[in-house]
Design a protein around this ligand. Sequence first.
Ligand SMILES: *Cc1c(COP(=O)(O)O)cnc(C)c1O
Length: 459
Amino acid sequence: MSDREAFRPALGVAAELTERWLDGVRDGRIPPSADIDAVLDALGRRLPDRGPDPAEVLRLLAAAVEPGLMRMHSPRFHGWVIGGAQPVALGADWLVSAWDQNTALRSVTPGVVAAEELAGAWLLDLLGLPASAEVGFVTGATVANLVGLVSGRDEVLRRAGWDPGADGLAGAPRVRFLAGEERHGSVDSAGVIAGLGAARTVAVDDQGRMRVDALRAALADGAGPAVVCLQAGNIHSGAFDPLGDAVDIAHEAGAWVHVDGAFGLWAAAAPGLRGLTEGMARADSWATDAHKTLNVPYDSGIAVVAHPGALHAAFAQHAAYLASSRDVADPADRVPELSRRARGVPVYAALAQLGRDGVAELVQGMADAATAIADGLRAIPGASVRNEVVYTQVCATFGDDERTRAVGAALTAAGVALASPSTWRGRAVLRFSVSNWLTDADEAARTVEAVRAAVASAG
Ligand SMILES: *Cc1c(COP(=O)(O)O)cnc(C)c1O
């Protein structure tokens, strides 16, 4: 049997099952029909002494699991902030799995490292970040936030005369960690892992943007090394912190500035939205996700650090058995992991296909669809849009909290569109995020119709 024949049955079935699943991207029911116990029963629970052949395992797997899948790739899936994988990125992701490269070292696997390096350089260009910054491909923005915070923590400690690499953190000067009141939960989580603790809260305005006067006061209230985390894209309002002013105020106080732009950093790639990110490039580190706005498959986060020395001091691995490239950083010098898949390759493929104009249109298209959804919701009696729709997020209420929750439940039950129930500024809201390449004006209209029906059925 040839090599190709050995793989064919499994891959043939996988391709067939994939096509069948993707056939429902636009019209499949969104929420799962089976709960986790039902899926466990269907999977069989018991470890077999010996199982069926690969093709059969894949058929059984898909039959058991698919009823328990949420159609997150639907153009009318507006829950959390979740993108659907576009074809070229999914195809590249398949190749990455087939190539099966441990993407730690450039001399060992120059092929995938070249594609990742190009993707990184193109990203810096598209997002208007310094060309001298370094890019690390991580699992998601949570880890990208961690990479930025750890790089910053160590750098401000070194400036304060402490060497965290040699001496650890016990006994080190305390590093103040500040972030806006409406930061994403992953920022606190990354702060805790980094030993900074949860962020000290800086007051925000009615859209959730950090107030610069409050930042100035918080920095003045205390002394010593500091890391400030700003936000580009609030998950409820889509609002951006006043990035340029906040960066400058934090830098005057000697702080390292990190920007959590999991989905918001991409605004910089669209001329009509770029103003939201003004001054962002003066920060020290940035986190974003390609699995959100760029619509590549999970898992694809991106960490960017303006100071390569600080990044390498925190993350570089040097061991005699590794064929490290001494003069140039290896992929493993920029992320917490050593062995990992070549997750930057689908990013390359998405950028190579879309190009500069395509990325701009993708991001602008999402913002336009959010505006269309907000306009459509405003025309529904009793509905109210609670945020200024500046980017891809819309928060709406449908009467009191109980009724808003009832409308959300009716929307999910109908299965045509889905939005996240949440609480924002003391009120239950239904949050619509647009982060899918397929969400155009028609799909936005279908979402609004689905909400209108949910409002009617909620009574
Ligand atoms: C999604 C998100 C994160 C966390 O990203 P993951 O990819 O889920 O780890 C962080 N910050 C913001 C603003 C987000 O939207």
